[in-house]
Design a protein around this ligand. Structure first.
Ligand code: PAF
Length: 282
């Protein structure tokens, strides 16, 4: 597996692959890789000739009081996992290489849907994500890019700017990978103590309880939200950031589930903010 450290190196590598007629699959990550990421790698492996992963903790998507400095960094372990998953090249730049002096261009998706859920809680977050993902797609000359459903709003934002700016890449969303307990895999699960990890099960439990109610015939959004909120409140360590149900992928307000919809939650367990979601389809 090749390790590419600079924009210059990845550009050269990608141009060479394109000249050889290869289809390039890109999996952008911030590292601290878990089974969720490795599922993305495997999907990319199936769908493309060359798989490029990026491992870059992107400073511009973190707010001033967020966990940029504390975010887990374990590049050697990540490389071993990427190599085992059959990745051809990993891009691991320094922030200074991605954002050199003079950098001043950002991709800002302005739709109302970007201000809801995590966009409402983390101003500037999606501007940082859209900027780095645009740059990674361009650098990797990606034909296809792969993202996890756990960050479903991120996928909505990426699909939007890819369409609006006519970027020639196919965006693939891969379902959430969960531990046997139901906990959605996340690099931030590493922050949880054993007790907190137990408490964190309330996230998936609340969504599954609402999903069951939906499958039993309840399609009223207030009723389903109440089920989610009441279940989360049963866990004393949990503090709700948001618990919402919107149409999917438009993220519009709805009062009844009539087509595709997303139940999305963000909950703090101790100092760790976790997100989870389930997409419902009538
Ligand atoms: O989902 C993530 O890990 C990040 O937001 C991404 C897409 C790698 C951009 O930094």
């Amino acid at each position: 597996m090749k390790i590419l450290y600079t924009q210059h190196e990845i550009k050269e590598y990608a141009v060479e692959q394109k000249k050889a007629g290869k289809l390039i699959g890109l999996v952008p990550t911030m590292g601290a890789l878990h089974e969720g990421h490795l599922t993305l790698m495997r999907k990319a492996r199936e769908a493309a000739d060359i798989v490029i992963a990026s491992v870059f903790v992107n400073p511009v998507q973190f707010g001033p009081n967020e966990d940029f400095d504390a975010y887990p960094r374990q590049f050697e372990e990540d490389c071993a996992k990427l190599e085992a998953a059959g990745v051809d090249a990993v891009f691991h730049p320094e922030p200074k290489d991605m954002y050199p002096d003079g950098f001043c261009t950002y991709v800002n998706v302005e739709g109302d849907f970007t201000k809801k859920l995590c966009g409402g809680q983390r101003p500037g977050h999606f501007r940082g994500v859209a900027t780095v993902v645009t740059k990674l797609i361009n650098l990797a000359r990606a034909d296809k890019a792969f993202f996890g459903q756990k960050d479903a709003q991120q996928v909505c934002v990426i699909r939007r700017f890819v369409e609006d700016l006519a970027i020639p890449v196919e965006i693939n969303m891969v379902p959430i990978v969960r531990e046997d307990s139901g906990l959605a895999r996340s690099s931030r699960n590493m922050y949880l103590s054993a007790t907190e990890k137990e408490a964190a099960l309330v996230l998936s439990r609340s969504l599954r309880t609402a999903e069951k109610a939906f499958n039993d015939g309840i399609s009223d959004v207030s009723e389903l939200k109440r089920i989610i909120v009441n279940t989360i409140k049963e866990e004393p360590m949990a503090v709700i950031d948001y618990a919402e149900i919107y149409s999917f992928p438009g993220l519009e307000e709805i009062s009844k589930i009539e087509g595709e919809a997303i139940m999305a939650i963000a909950v703090k367990i101790g100092k760790t903010r976790l997100i989870d979601n389930i997409i419902l389809n009538l």
